[in-house]
Design a binder for this molecule. Sequence first.
Ligand code: SF4
Ligand code: SF4
Length: 319
Amino acid sequence: MQEDKQIKKCTRCGLCASVCPLYEVKPNEKTIARGKFLQLLGVLKGDLILNKKIRENINFCLNCSKCTQNCPSEINTLELFASIKHKNLTLAEKILNSRFAFKLKLLPIKFIFPPSRKLSLKKGEIYFKGCVPSYSNSGDNVCCGLPYKASGNIEAANAMIEKNIKIIENPKIKKVYFDCASCMQTVSTYPFKNPETLEKLVLLEPLHFSESKKFSIHKPCHMAQKEFLALEEILKKRGNYISAYNDKHFRCCGLGGTFFMKHPLVALELCLKNAQKFIDLDVDYVLSPCPVCTLSLRLGMWYLKFIKRIKHNVKIKQY
Ligand code: SF4
Ligand code: SF4
């Protein structure tokens, strides 16, 4: 990838500012893709040094891909940042972004929220276990690679992609179920030899419905818009579905992979705004096709109820 060519494609139109979830809480030019690109262009030209401040600005990102999805110049922010980070990783960053460190960071979450259910699968079907799985099924797959790629550890990401491709391309495997929209989206971009392999990938459908209760859905950043709108059409026919996205403003849950570990207060602010949105909708329960978003919503609801003393009965249910 020629980074400078990609960055120069930016027309400074500012559309990324209107979709970036972080810009809502930190309305600053360096928060959005356009501002980050400007700094990186300075570095690539030799006018700026990739110092701690610029690194921090680049890393202040949820890797939600919303800027990429809405960029008229089709700049892939994740790929671009990953490539620049990869070339400039410090020793400390290499250690912090290693597979060992990542597993260590996730241990407390896995300990506090162990999966309690098992997904029933037929012969030839497998469950793609993500970093924070909702199901206890065993699985041979490894992480989809997104957190490693986003942090610039491209070698680790590529090793994972290679292993997962072998598993998914096995002709004995007919269906691969995902409970995480981010894993599903990442795996959809794998370089499979046979493009028909993509047909094996299935995002699990909502399990919980109660005809008498009002419910809504939180759309994860990485769930394809087309897929979400198709799901909404089915749900609207159920009568008790209330869309949280009439204004088409999809709010990020705030956890953004490991973003919340580096910026807990910003993550909490986003998490609370998201939880409040569903309280305002006055629904009985909220579903989300992502274990991490579900976790964030649970945390937000708990915080508003017990710390801020906001009365509500909204329940969060996993897909
Ligand atoms: S949307 Fe794309 S082209 Fe427009 S300012 Fe942002 S990065 Fe540049
Ligand atoms: S990936 Fe998301 S958080 Fe990062 S700059 Fe783009 S829109 Fe903002």
